[in-house]
Design a binder for this molecule. Structure first.
Ligand code: ZN
Ligand code: ZN
Length: 216
């Protein structure tokens, strides 16, 4: 189900699927993704200039509709007093209850530290082959480590984490290629080293999965 259409072209499929190209990510191959809209949802307070910038860049990179919705409150029940962190799982569950017509993927952004069982902290978390993802902002800032703030670097890191978590929602696991967006970021050096693009292997996997989904 490959069509040589320009990268900006999104055309309607009879089964309400969209064929689109990720050539914005330097991929060049057309793929079919059931996702039509990505909704960014601030969880608690998130800088509005960041949201506007992310919306533009995600649209550009993914060639998908991206909307920013109103903030939802920080879910108190997911806060661990002892650790002083929110639990990522609980945030995904909070987003699961989020209903919005036509929304296919929801990315929560939280400007408070988070963890997952067995991990000291997380940069993000996603439901594999699911609908929800969360990206955690504080540790993506240079100032968190006592370094001078670097807004462009911070924004790029947030963007990478979002694309990475979206990759998980599209069924991708971690990739051994350190340049690939699906490479696991154990440290920020890992995040900074990798590009925004899916490597050929991940891209093929993404393509095949969604091609099969669209063709079945
Ligand atoms: Zn991951
Ligand atoms: Zn890869």
């Amino acid at each position: 189900m490959l069509h040589a259409v320009p990268s900006w072209h999104v055309h309607h499929h009879a089964r309400r699927m969209y064929h689109l190209s990720l050539s914005g990510l330097g991929l060049g191959l057309l793929m079919s993704i059931e996702t039509t809209t990505i909704t960014l949802v601030p969880i608690g307070s998130v800088p509005s200039d960041l949201l506007v910038w992310l919306q533009d860049r995600l649209r550009e990179e993914l060639q998908l509709a991206v909307v920013v919705d109103e903030a939802i409150p920080l879910p108190g029940q997911s806060y661990n007093d002892r650790r002083g962190q929110y639990q990522g799982d609980a945030l995904l569950i909070a987003l699961r209850g989020y209903r919005l017509h036509g929304v296919q993927r929801i990315v929560g952004l939280i400007d408070a530290d988070c963890y997952a069982p067995g991990l000291n902290f997380i940069f993000g978390q996603a439901s594999i082959n699911g609908r929800e993802a969360v990206v955690v902002l504080p540790r993506l800032r240079q100032s968190y480590y006592g370094l001078p703030e670097d807004q462009p670097l911070f924004r790029e890191r947030v963007l990478k984490e979002i694309v990475h978590e979206l990759g998980h929602t599209w069924g991708l696991g971690h990739c051994p290629n350190p340049q690939c967006i699906m490479h696991f970021s154990n440290t920020l050096q890992d995040t900074d080293r990798k590009g925004l693009a899916f490597c050929p292997r991940c891209h093929t996997q993404l393509h095949e999965q969604h091609w099969q989904a669209a063709g079945s």
